[in-house]
Design a protein around this ligand. Structure first.
Ligand SMILES: Nc1nc2c(c(=O)[nH]1)N[C@H]1C(S)=C(S)[C@@H](COP(=O)(O)OP(=O)(O)OC[C@H]3O[C@@H](n4cnc5c(=O)[nH]c(N)nc54)[C@H](O)[C@@H]3O)O[C@H]1N2
Ligand SMILES: Nc1nc2c(c(=O)[nH]1)N[C@H]1C(S)=C(S)[C@@H](COP(=O)(O)OP(=O)(O)OC[C@H]3O[C@@H](n4cnc5c(=O)[nH]c(N)nc54)[C@H](O)[C@@H]3O)O[C@H]1N2
Ligand code: SF4
Ligand SMILES: [Mo]
Length: 736
């Protein structure tokens, strides 16, 4: 049989590598990095190779499951949708729209069909109870970017190929392959930075794999980022290092920032940080002195009580040292499609609003249309008007990925109805009444909807399906639209294509008025996500504007370039990108200024003797890739890393069994001694705990690991963004 190769963009993490999938007939022979990919240049990691295992995994669901007499059994698509129609609309009719909750998980950000269509389902449901992985991850960064620059996704990223000095705080891109920063082969780029005389500094409680390729590593006490960052900003003012350059006329609130950081002298906060005051001052001076420098903070800075303040201070540091929007500094990518900051009038906009409603039980404010994932359980448990009685999960596994999984599991059992769009019967979906599986990534087409606006270089890339989907298995956008039709009262038999036309035409009418019908006509060559993509590309900043800019991008043009279209290095975008009502960069949003002062009150709180933080591993991906042979083989990766001093103090040994406990839960763990951690800090990765009865993950269940989130406090949140606190919980450790 002849071997063929197919180009496929990897949908597993934010690096978005271009891959070559080699096939023989219906079989995957090999997966390699695509050398001719204009963006990733041949890079890939073991997870990309494991796409073969994912495609072939016998546990991956290929038909819907419907609960009959208490047991999830294979069913036809018709029967599955009929069951949804039988049970969901009556609940909505009796209890109102908020009676259904919707959770949207991480893979949704990596699937063109899910990302472009889940909002259509959300709108059809009309519920306020929308939850996503964003509030377990990056909502603080989205909030600070929204307040400063006017849109939730206007997030600057280091211009790594030109920078000479890079400070990485609370991120481990050598392992994670980058986040809110699409940067395949971070290790290679970091090496190149140093080879051209540049310097990389890592600030992290753990001496990470990224620290191993850096010039300096500073051990920070968990949760102390706010003090470290505020002390650096303090130093800029204290030592007269503020230089705002070209952006000066576009900046608002510099003096307010100066006043707000005055109490945060390095000498006052150094002990809390665990980083000496002279080092804090030197970091600020080096940042100011280097012509091409950038500060990058990620999940370690977000999943904290002061996550939003931290995210803001990172960009304040870049702005006050003249590194924002400058070559080699922190720059804004220019996405060819779907970026809100390329739409509407340039330079000014409506800005963002939060708190348009609040969660019913805890009163947590809405942020970016969502409520915090950690209030889901209480919204299901607490009776009264607006109680969540039905749930739809879309590619999300909150029983493992959110704090308080055991409690959530119990709550899910009490639901009147639950539907999951998911490819596995796992810890969360085992509670569903209906599971509707998505396609294998190799049966699906792809364009990165979100990540080009976070990419180290501008690009547009598309990949078609490697294999045709199995007969009768709908793409996920069709499944979402069918659910939307049911929620809209149009029934399970509604014509999905007609509904797709109708929704798009209504949007085009809003945007283009009478020009809508000819636009629909011009787009008629595509359906579904491809049609939305063609529209977005053609009307985007590099688009052909439907013939008005000959040579501009269309979907056809991107499809014709199998390694993608390179759109060049990052270029200055301020003030054009701004969408704040003032038309300025808001350096001093009042809510952030106010919250910073709350950090002072916590400065003197004594540190617990032992705290737990998370960890990522190259061969693992959040909660769902532990069932793939290529990734599961080798040493167990879900260990508790413990400093030898702590191990001795607690009486636990390398390889031994122990119990890790907090005020919220206790889990059995396997100990691994490591001096990468400072004494007083242990590390356990999240996403493990695959021993739930009723799940179908045969390989993962062989070494289930422990669920870190059982130890965390569901009430611990960043109050501004609603993001969960995922690090720094006080724990005790003892032999088992
Ligand atoms: N303690 C702690 N907790 C954390 C984190 C941490 O650092 N520490 N990290 C947090 C972060 S950053 C995130 S993003 C979240 C992630 O948490 P979630 O958003 O829950 O995502 P995953 O854990 O990746 O689970 C993905 C789900 O999608 C399903 N799935 C996979 N592919 C597809 C597909 O193609 N279609 C469909 N329909 N389903 C699919 C999987 O079976 C699984 O059920 O976890 C968070 N939880
Ligand atoms: N292999 C692999 N890759 C992944 C994922 C995965 O699960 N596995 N998940 C993907 C997802 S969804 C995301 S969001 C990204 C996340 O990408 P990253 O943000 O790079 O995530 P981590 O590797 O968890 O790095 C966070 C770092 O923060 C440190 N940290 C912990 N507490 C603190 C603190 O209080 N302060 C500071 N400054 N640092 C702290 C941790 O030690 C860790 O090194 O990774 C993505 N890529
Ligand atoms: S780094 Fe690995 S998982 Fe991430 S996109 Fe590249 S190949 Fe896929
Ligand atoms: Mo994430």
């Amino acid at each position: 049989m002849t071997e063929r190769t197919h180009y496929r963009i990897c949908p597993l993490c934010e690096a978005c590598c271009g891959l070559r999938v080699h096939t023989e007939g219906a079989r995957v022979v090999a997966v390699r990095g695509a050398e001719d990919d204009v963006f990733s240049r041949g890079y890939l990691c073991p997870k990309g190779v494991a796409l073969k295992d994912l495609h072939e995994d016998p546990d991956r669901l290929r038909t819907p499951l419907v609960r009959r007499e208490g047991v999830l059994r294979p069913a036809s698509w018709e029967d599955a949708f009929a069951e949804v129609e039988r049970r969901l609309p009556p609940l909505l009719a009796e209890h109102g729209r908020d009676a259904v909750g919707l959770t949207v998980g991480n893979p949704s950000a990596h699937k063109m069909g899910l990302l472009l269509y889940f909002s259509r389902l959300a709108k059809a449901l009309g519920t306020k109870n929308i939850f996503s992985a964003s509030t377990l991850d990056q909502m603080p960064k989205q909030l600070s970017a929204g307040l400063m620059f006017g849109h939730w996704l206007s997030i600057p990223v280091p211009d790594i190929e030109r920078t000479r000095w890079l400070l990485v705080i609370g991120a481990n891109p050598v392992v994670s392959n980058g986040s809110l920063w699409t940067v395949p082969d971070f290790r290679g780029k970091a090496k190149a930075l140093r080879a051209r005389g540049g310097k990389m500094i890592v600030v992290d409680p753990r001496r990470t794999e990224t620290a191993a390729v850096a010039d300096e590593h500073h051990t920070l006490r968990p949760g102390a980022d706010v003090y470290l960052l505020a002390a650096m900003v303090h130093t800029l003012f204290d030592e007269g290092l503020v230089r705002t350059g070209r952006l000066t006329p576009h900046l608002s609130g510099i003096d307010d920032v100066g006043a707000a950081v005055r109490p945060f002298a390095p000498e006052r906060v150094a002990a809390r940080c665990g980083v000496p005051a002279p080092t804090l001052r030197r970091l600020a001076r080096e940042l100011a002195a280097h012509e091409r420098a950038a500060v990058y903070g990620r999940i370690g800075t977000c999943t904290q009580r002061f996550g939003s303040v931290n995210s803001w201070l990172v960009d304040v540091l870049n702005a006050l040292t003249g590194h924002l929007d400058e070559a080699g500094g922190a720059m804004f990518p220019h996405a060819a499609a779907f970026a809100a900051n390329t739409q509407g009038a340039p330079g000014r906009g409506r800005g963002i609003t939060t708190g348009r409603h609040a969660s019913r039980v805890s009163g947590a404010p809405e942020v970016f249309g969502e409520l915090p994932m950690t209030v889901l359980a209480e919204e299901i448990e607490t009776p009264g008007p607006g109680q969540v009685r039905a749930l739809i999960t879309v590619a999300s596994n909150p029983v493992l990925s959110a704090p308080g999984g055991a409690r959530l599991s119990k709550a899910l059992e009490t639901l009147d109805f639950m539907v999951s769009l998911d490819i596995y019967l796992n810890e969360t979906t085992r509670h569903a009444d209906v599971i509707l599986p998505g396609l294998s990534p190799l049966e699906d087409s792809h364009y990165d909807v979100a990540f080009p606006q976070l990419s180290f270089r501008n690009h547009a890339r598309y990949s078609g399906p490697v294999f045709a989907p199995p007969d009768g298995h709908p793409a996920e956008w069709r499944t979402l639209l069918r659910l939307a039709a049911i929620a809209r009262g149009q029934g399970a038999q509604a014509d999905v294509d007609a509904l797709d036309d109708q929704l798009l035409e209504a949007e085009l009418r809003k945007l283009a008025g009478d020009a809508a019908p000819p636009l629909m006509q011009a787009l008629a060559g595509h359906r579904g996500p491809e049609r939305l993509l063609d529209l977005a590309l053609r009307t985007g900043p590099f688009g052909d504007l439907f013939g008005r800019k000959p040579g501009g991008l269309t979907l056809e043009r991107v499809q014709a370039a199998p390694g993608g279209v390179d759109l060049g290095e990052l270029a200055a975008r301020l003030p054009e990108l701004l969408r704040t009502p003032s038309g300025k960069i808001e350096l001093a949003p009042p809510s952030l200024l106010a919250d910073l002062q709350h950090a002072l009150a916590e400065l003197e709180v004594p540190a617990p003797p032992l705290v737990v933080i998370g960890r990522r591993d190259v061969r693992s991906n959040n909660s769902w890739m532990h069932n793939l042979p290529l990734l599961a083989k080798g040493p167990f990766r879900g260990t508790l890393q413990v400093h030898p001093d702590d191990a001795a103090r607690c009486g636990v040994a390398d390889g031994g069994a122990a119990e890790l406990a907090s005020a919220h839960g206790r889990v059995p763990v396997q100990v691994e001694l490591s001096d990468a951690l400072p004494p007083g800090v242990v590390s356990l990765p999240h996403g493990w705990g695959h021993d739930a009865p009723g799940a179908r993950l045969a390989l993962a269940a062989e070494r289930p690991g422990a669920n870190l989130n059982e130890l965390l406090d569901v009430r611990a949140r960043d109050p501004l963004s609603g993001n969960a606190v995922l690090g720094g919980e006080a724990v005790t450790l003892r032999p088992r």
